[in-house]
Write a protein that binds this ligand. Structure first.
Ligand code: NAD
Ligand code: TYD
Length: 353
């Protein structure tokens, strides 16, 4: 038995692979294209792990995926691979369409071909778990109830539209072909190995580097934050006991304005790594031009996951954010390798990929 994890060198995927192998001995095959967001150094601790195989490749490469499936015969595929940054999708949506829509389609086709002739009970027990986002539901007014699994899809950015399209394809493969799929729609994650282009790691990095902390617009946009390891535990629960064809919202019940998040980060840094001049990191906050089409509020109702599968997050926003800041303070080389670009050389020096 093994599982195939796509996008396992990215932020959430690498946390998932590391947690999976820390908790059990079922082998993992990681397939990752190593785009700018893929960092194989995230998986450095697994370099000699007998239960881990890393494959450099694209989910859209049907021949490669077919050969991996035939060779390793995984009992489940977990699809984390995606272009994931909203700002990049605004300035260059093409890659989002290619990976998130066409790539997911090619992956589904390869998986269907592999799964269809499987003997029972392997065919029945097989799972395709698609990792998606709350952003497919669009934006909420200040007082609207949180998104449930039956909220309408109203994606507003090229990123969320491409994820919505992939969710629809996954749903269709269940409805049409009977492929045993599961979809999770999760709110904003934060934690270790988060690429420093996203709000929380960017603010930590800029604060320590003495740079401005850019807040888009008025900073009153709301996101519902979840510590990444809680997202990983939710995915494990859904993989184990989720109902094929069902979708599960995942969230931390932790709505915060962006400004509140940045203030909380400044406070933690003031405590853990005070500035030499005694001033607060808050003085570095800088309001900048808003993101075009910026969604005002996301909020997730994760009660189905709690009720049906008994999942609850282990961290509050406060405990998770403290762990995150401490991780970044303890791993400055990880960030500086990204900022300098040397993380890309890691691939050549440490892996023959
Ligand atoms: P990320 O950008 O950090 O990582 C994506 C990974 O996918 C990278 O390692 C990249 O190299 C790889 N990849 C990209 N295109 C590929 C392709 N064509 N073939 C193979 N690999 C490819 O993203 P993340 O934040 O870890 O997000 C993982 C998944 O979770 C995404 O599907 C995203 O939509 C979803 N999600 C993210 C969040 C969040 O807050 N980050 C929240 C909810 C859902
Ligand atoms: P981000 O981390 O890019 O995630 P998403 O857009 O998927 O929610 O951004 C989180 C929020 O922070 C979002 O409302 C945009 C805002 N933001 C800033 O205000 N400044 C920044 O420099 C970044 C990257 C994001």
């Amino acid at each position: 038995m093994s599982i195939l994890v796509t996008g396992g060198a990215g932020f959430i995927g690498s946390n998932f692979v590391l947690d999976w192998l820390a908790q059990g001995d079922e082998p993992v095959i990681t397939l990752d294209k190593l785009t700018y967001a893929g960092n194989i150094a995230n998986l450095a601790s697994l370099q000699t792990h007998p239960g881990h195989i890393f494959v450099h490749g694209d989910i859209g490469d049907s021949a490669l995926v077919a050969s991996l499936l035939t060779r390793h015969q995984p009992r489940a595929i977990l699809n984390f691979a995606a272009e994931s940054h909203v700002d990049r999708s605004i300035y260059g949506p093409g890659a989002f369409i290619q990976t998130n829509i066409v790539g997911t389609f090619n992956l589904l086709e390869a998986v269907r071909e592999y799964w269809n002739p499987q003997p029972e009970p392997a065919r029945r027990h097989f799972r395709f778990l698609h990792v998606s986002t709350d952003e497919v539901y669009g934006s909420l007014d200040a007082t609207a109830p949180a998104f449930t699994e039956s909220s309408r899809y109203e994606p507003n950015s090229p990123y969320s539209a491409s994820k919505a399209a992939s969710d629809h394809l996954v749903r269709a493969y269940h409805h049409t072909y009977g492929l045993p799929v599961l979809t999770t729609n999760c709110s904003n994650n934060y934690g270790p190995y988060h690429f420093p282009e996203k709000l929380i790691p960017l603010v930590i990095h800029n604060a320590l580097a003495g740079k401005p902390l850019p807040i888009y617009g008025d900073g009153q946009q709301i996101r519902d934050w979840l510590y990444v390891k809680d997202h990983c535990s939710a995915i494990r629960r859904v993989l184990a006991d989720g109902k094929p064809g069902a979708t599960y919202n995942v969230g931390g019940n932790s709505e915060k304005t962006n400004l509140d998040v940045v203030h909380a980060l400044c406070e933690l840094l003031d405590e853990l790594r005070p500035r030499r001049d005694g001033q607060s990191y808050r003085t570095q906050i800088s309001f900048v031009k808003d993101r075009p089409g910026h969604d005002r509020r996301y909020a997730i109702d994760a009660s189905r996951l709690a009720r049906e599968l008994g999942w609850r997050p282990a961290e509050t926003f406060e405990t998770g954010l403290r762990k995150t800041v401490i991780w970044y303070l303890q791993n400055p080389a990880w960030v500086s390798n990204i900022v300098s670009g040397t993380y890309r050389d890691w691939v050549q020096t440490h892996y023959q990929v």
